[in-house]
Write a protein that binds this ligand. Structure first.
Ligand SMILES: NC(=O)c1ccc[n+]([C@@H]2O[C@H](COP(=O)([O-])OP(=O)(O)OC[C@H]3O[C@@H](n4cnc5c(N)ncnc54)[C@H](OP(=O)(O)O)[C@@H]3O)[C@@H](O)[C@H]2O)c1
Length: 328
């Protein structure tokens, strides 16, 4: 089969569409003929060689895929060859075929194209797991979502709105602000021009926010702690703004805050599967009836993965960038 291979010996680590060995199917696995995969910020790190790999993960980029099952292992009963599925992968999505443990599979939601389906797993499961499992976000609470226009951010806006929460986002441009508000954000703060703590406090009449989904890390840590209300929860899921900083810990104690870190890359298959099942239980109906719909930024043929990566690295996307692998 063909797959994207990172040429780590050449400057810029170019992405090459070339022949590689086919994945082999274990008894609890299926092989998916990939129709679409999607970019995640982690792919840029993986390409640089800065992503922690765990045993059993493919060295090929691509944390999610949508397509049709072309082979199933001897222990697979719930799925058949020909089924349309979407899933997180253990790497390997940027390829014509990928091996996936059966427990990670989801049916393609009614009404979604394969490109839209491929935009679903990583963004929604990250947003769902952090907001509703880790932070126990409740109806009526206020959540601040940093990088509101990102893949994860757009999913988080939709989920939090559906759950009856007030949603504030931070974004880097007026256009991203407009699009986030159109998606249902109550307030979009342009962080280059405005201080997000002051603006969010003003919006809430001096009350802090209950939950912050943070993609930035060090650069925002102290200000996030200042903005949280009593018993607030800070979810650290990204380090776009660095890893090291100094903070005043008084805020954490006196406001009884919880600071939680999370990364899907350190979940076991069983943990990923349990979270996917919980997500479908809570939001599957909303996916099928169109109240939840992945935001697709651009669709590129996989041979143009280089251009797609450039777009993400320049922070131009709103929602998910998709790579199409083949038509069936
Ligand atoms: N922990 C997990 O399991 C998990 C899973 C998936 C993603 N993530 C994290 O979630 C974040 C979003 O991922 P994604 O794939 O959805 O990314 P994405 O679509 O590429 O969006 C990232 C956005 O973050 C903003 N940004 C970039 N550098 C920044 C900086 N230095 N300071 C402030 N904002 C910055 C930019 O938007 P603006 O133009 O608005 O600034 C950029 O478009 C990343 O941090 C990623 O690592 C974590």
């Amino acid at each position: 089969m063909k797959a994207i291979v990172v040429d780590r010996n050449r400057p810029g680590r170019p992405l090459l569409w070339q022949d590689v060995a086919d994945p082999s199917c274990g008894e609890d696995d299926v092989i998916i003929d990939v129709q679409a995969t999607a970019l995640n910020r982690a792919d840029l790190l993986h390409r640089e060689g800065n992503f922690p790999t765990t045993p059993g993960r493919s060295d090929i980029l691509g944390g999610e895929a949508a397509g049709r099952i072309s082979q199933r292992g001897s222990a697979v009963r719930a799925w058949s060859v020909g089924d349309s599925v979407v899933c997180l992968t253990l790497g390997g999505g940027y390829a014509e075929r990928v091996r996936v443990p059966q427990r990670l599979l989801m049916p393609v939601p009614t009404g979604l194209s394969m490109a839209e389906a491929a935009a679903l797993p990583e963004a929604y499961l990250t947003a769902y797991g952090n907001l509703f499992v880790n932070a126990r976000l409740q109806a009526g609470e206020t959540v601040l979502i940093h990088s509101g226009a990102s893949g994860v951010g757009t999913a988080a806006i939709q989920l939090a709105r559906l759950a009856g929460c007030r949603v504030i986002v931070t974004v880097g441009s007026a256009e991203k602000a407009r699009l986030c508000e159109a998606m249902g954000a109550d307030l979009a703060i342009r962080y280059h021009e405005e201080d997000f703590v002051a603006r969010a406090m003003e919006f809430g009449g001096g009350e802090g926010v209950d939950v912050i989904l943070d993609t930035v890390g060090a650069g925002y840590l102290q200000r996030n702690l200042e903005l949280l209300a009593l018993k607030g929860r800070l979810l650290l899921i990204g380090i776009l703004g660095g890893t090291q900083t100094e903070i005043n810990m008084r805020q954490i104690i006196s406001k009884r805050l919880a600071v939680l870190g999370d990364t899907l890359s350190k979940y076991s298959v069983a943990e990923l599967a349990d979270m996917k099942d919980a997500f479908l239980r809570d939001f599957g109906e909303a996916l099928d009836d169109g109240r939840l719909k992945p935001v697709v930024d651009r669709v590129f043929p996989i041979q143009e993965a280089e251009v797609a990566h450039q777009r993400m690295a320049e922070n131009k996307n709103v929602g998910k960038i998709i790579l199409t692998v083949r038509e069936h």
